[in-house]
Design a binder for this molecule. Structure first.
Ligand code: MG
Length: 366
């Protein structure tokens, strides 16, 4: 690995909360990644909704496949920018661990339920999973990841919560940036979901070529391809267009980030943290990205079929919260052992950890 001076370096890591002996054959960021892959929350991503709930069909993205796509994009970027690939991979694979069942509507519902008890934020929950909820080690709770992995996992955080979290959340108070690898993963996440949602939306029959041609970038590639490949249609055509869009977007990101690096010339990861955001698109490409997001909101996330799933999901989450806060003897014992949190927080952790399928089963049984 050809590491630049601004890249995170496991030998200069800010370390783990509980000191551990070095491994003889893996660097600390590899160990972080391995711990995440072996965690129970990682396995459960398989049955958690990205946009389409699991029972809508097997061909859509789940949180697991989304996380793998993010990691693939982030690793490619990290390598081309001489950043630490293992760290980028670890953050990518963990970035959605705190997501509730049923995607964003599940999270909104749980946040509503928790309004008077400190609220629910999925990024904060991802950190809570790796810091506390995973139970794999005898000497500490959580996975005891390095500071750099934890910093990257905490992508957003409210000021109120940042004040309680200490050094890992300091940047939300003093408005600084995270490491290069964390910045890479944030944008890799955006690139992944904005494109695969178009793809899933097309296969679900919600989006079509006429609608997609409202996106300039899509339209340009479409015209170019339909002149060149007269026979290519449908799924093959859309896959080729989306692939090319992603290529253009990722190339733009790399070029612009290299320009930003040349201008700011950060000498260390802490210099990166003190600089303005370094990983970013050119102005015109950022506009394209904003248009894609706006497009997905208008035609996909607000589509009656998705909205119907959302309201079902909200109903389920709220019913589960009510049931377990009034019947706390029904919460598995492992959730209550050695736990000084409020009953509501324990219930929120329990529900947030559920897969879509499990949440539906429990809902049906109550
Ligand atoms: Mg994500």
């Amino acid at each position: 690995m050809n590491l630049a001076s601004y890249a995170s370096n496991p030998n200069l890591s800010k370390g783990r909360v509980f000191a551990e002996k070095q491994s003889a054959f893996r660097n600390d960021y590899q160990r972080d990644r391995d711990r995440i892959i072996h965690s129970a929350s990682f396995r459960r991503l398989q049955y958690k909704t990205q946009v389409f709930v699991n029972h809508e069909g097997d061909m859509f993205r789940s949180r697991l496949t989304h996380s793998i796509e993010v990691s693939q994009i982030a690793r490619g970027l990290a390598r081309s920018l001489n950043c630490h690939e293992d760290l980028a991979e670890a953050i990518s694979l963990a970035h959605d661990l705190g997501h509730t069942p049923f995607g964003h509507s599940g999270q909104d519902a749980l946040n509503d339920c928790m309004r008077d008890f400190g609220g629910f934020e999925h990024n904060l929950q991802s950190l809570r999973v790796v810091d506390k909820l995973e139970k794999k080690y005898a000497s500490f709770a959580g996975l005891n990841l390095t500071f750099e992995a934890r910093e990257g996992i905490l992508k957003h955080c409210s000021l109120r919560n940042a004040k309680k979290l200490g050094i890992v959340a300091e940047r939300f108070i003093n408005k600084s940036q995270p490491s290069m690898e964390a910045q890479i993963v944030n944008i890799a996440d955006e690139i992944a979901y904005s494109h695969h949602d178009l793809d899933d939306g097309y296969r679900a029959g919600i989006l079509n070529f006429e609608l997609l041609k409202e996106l300039n970038l899509f339209k340009e590639i479409y015209s170019e391809l339909s002149e060149k490949y007269l026979e290519v249609k449908g799924e093959q055509l859309i896959n080729e267009i989306i692939r090319r869009m992603m290529n253009l977007i990722i190339s733009d990101l790399c070029e612009q980030t290299k320009k930003n690096l040349a201008k700011l010339n950060p000498a260390s990861p802490d210099h990166v943290r003190a600089s303005p955001a370094i990983v970013g698109f050119s102005f015109s490409m950022q506009e394209n990205i904003n248009l894609i997001k706006q497009f997905s909101r208008t035609y996909l996330y607000n589509h009656p079929r998705i909205q119907r799933m959302s309201s079902e999901a909200q109903k389920t989450i709220k019913a589960l919260f009510h049931f377990f806060t009034t019947n706390h003897d029904k919460i598995p014992k492992t959730f209550c052992e050695n736990n000084e949190d409020s009953l509501e927080r324990v219930v929120s952790d329990y529900i947030a950890g559920m897969t879509d399928r499990f949440a539906n089963q429990v809902y049906a049984s109550i």
